[in-house]
Design a protein around this ligand. Structure first.
Ligand SMILES: Cc1ncc(COP(=O)(O)O)c(C=O)c1O
Length: 399
């Protein structure tokens, strides 16, 4: 067996199922699930239509590299979204389609980490669970960057000892962040790129929430945008991971991309040919169209904005709550332990939220997920409002 497996934690939703075991919620209240980050807004019709129209493509083995039409659409989108001249991104060498970013965030570590070097993989804490599993199964040691209210829920790169940077092979960053929705400002991304250059490590920037932001005039900056703007015009050591799952409400399509450093992508392409995760042709066709359309994404943001507004208005009297800069999560402090909060909320109000400690680890004496819950505003507006009212009632019983 891969020895890393023994260190992998059960997935948060397994822990949640255990927590809820034996708990009986009130039957007169319909269940509202705000635990899993699965978008529930309707998938755009044109994406579904494209799948139907190109269904005949199922008769052909797709290539690992994906068709040029898709890679071109992705390169165009990167250029448009991140203010990078179109000719600066080569769809032949700097873009690879992936079957959802989850598999890619995992497999990049398997590709770039050499376990014999006793490498470290750095990641935020709390974090998207794939980063840790990817590091462990690649034979690396995870090193966590605690993100707390004091750090603005962002990693503090200055707090990392030089000895760690020296052994660092790969760092995962997540901006906008899951679970906090915090956005890394461009100077911080630039500082990270400078560190990567100095200590020769790779940055895997998970940007799957980059299109779900509050302020239309201020979209979250990206890693490639920052690299280009600071003179790293070949995106050396930089990889950005983007997904259609949240942007376009198609988590089941399994479609995303990785883009950036052509040298890394060359090796990663070779790795992927063996892993065998090529994107089916109907998915490629639908994805190319999705990256070319912004109107459905604009509408998506409008829907999330309305939900945040309503939920914050209801809850602000009973707890400290702020609209995050981006994402569809509320990262809420709890007056009792996060696991007690989640279980009791379920028992009293039939609302499921995710305990923050299921997304974090204790590191250097701090567990930044403790006494927080993650509330995913994925349900329709009316359900989110109903859930917020029930959470408010629940808070009143705690005070
Ligand atoms: C931070 C983060 N990254 C990546 C993903 C993976 O998304 P997908 O595999 O659907 O592209 C998720 C999904 O929840 C996520 O929350």
């Amino acid at each position: 067996m891969n020895p890393g497996l023994a260190h992998c934690h059960p997935y948060p939703f397994e822990k949640l199922a255990q927590l809820k075991q034996g708990a009986v919620p009130p039957s007169e209240k319909a269940h509202i699930a705000l635990s899993i980050g699965e978008p529930a807004h309707p998938a755009p019709e044109f994406i579904k239509q494209a799948i139907f129209e190109h269904i005949g493509g199922l008769g052909t083995y797709p290539t690992t590299k994906g068709g040029l039409a898709l890679r071109q659409a992705i390169a165009d989108w990167i250029g448009f979204r991140f203010s990078i001249p179109r000719e600066a991104i080569d769809p032949e060498t700097q873009v690879l389609p992936v079957s959802g970013t989850r598999e890619a965030l995992f497999s990049i570590a398997q590709c770039v980490v050499d376990a014999a070097e006793k490498p470290i993989v750095v990641m935020p804490n709390p974090f998207y669970q794939i980063y840790e599993g990817a590091a462990l199964l690649a034979g690396a040691e995870p090193y966590f960057l605690n993100t707390t209210a004091e750090t603005g829920y962002l990693p503090d790169f200055d707090a990392v000892p030089e000895s760690v940077w020296r052994r660092c092979r790969l760092i995962y960053v997540c901006s906008p962040g899951n679970p906090s929705g915090a956005v890394m400002p461009q100077p911080q991304l630039a500082a990270l790129i400078a560190l990567a250059e100095r200590y020769d490590f790779i940055i895997a920037s998970d940007e799957c929430y980059s299109e779900l932001y509050d302020d239309e005039s201020n979209p979250p900056p990206g890693l490639l945008q920052t690299a280009y703007a600071t003179g790293n015009i070949t995106f050396k050591r930089c990889l950005a991971f983007h997904s259609l799952s949240k942007r376009s409400n198609v988590p089941g399509l399994r479609s995303g991309f990785v883009a950036g450093d052509a040298d890394i992508l060359k090796a990663y392409f070779q790795y992927r040919t063996y892993q065998g995760c090529a994107m089916p042709l109907p998915t490629q066709q639908a994805s190319a169209l999705a990256w070319q359309d912004e109107s459905h994404v604009l509408e998506n943001r409008r829907l999330y904005r309305a939900k945040f507004q309503a939920v914050v208005d209801i809850l602000k009297d009973v707890c400290t709550i702020e609209k995050p800069a981006a994402s569809f999560y509320v990262w809420l402090k709890t007056p009792i332990s996060d696991t007690d909060f989640a279980r009791q909320l379920f028992v009293r109000e039939n609302v499921t939220v995710l305990p923050g400690s299921y997304l974090s680890r204790e590191f250097q004496g701090i567990n930044p997920g403790l006494n927080h819950v993650r509330i995913a505003l994925v349900a329709p507006l009316a359900e989110c409002i109903e859930a917020a009212r029930r959470i408010k009632d629940f808070f009143s019983t705690l005070n």
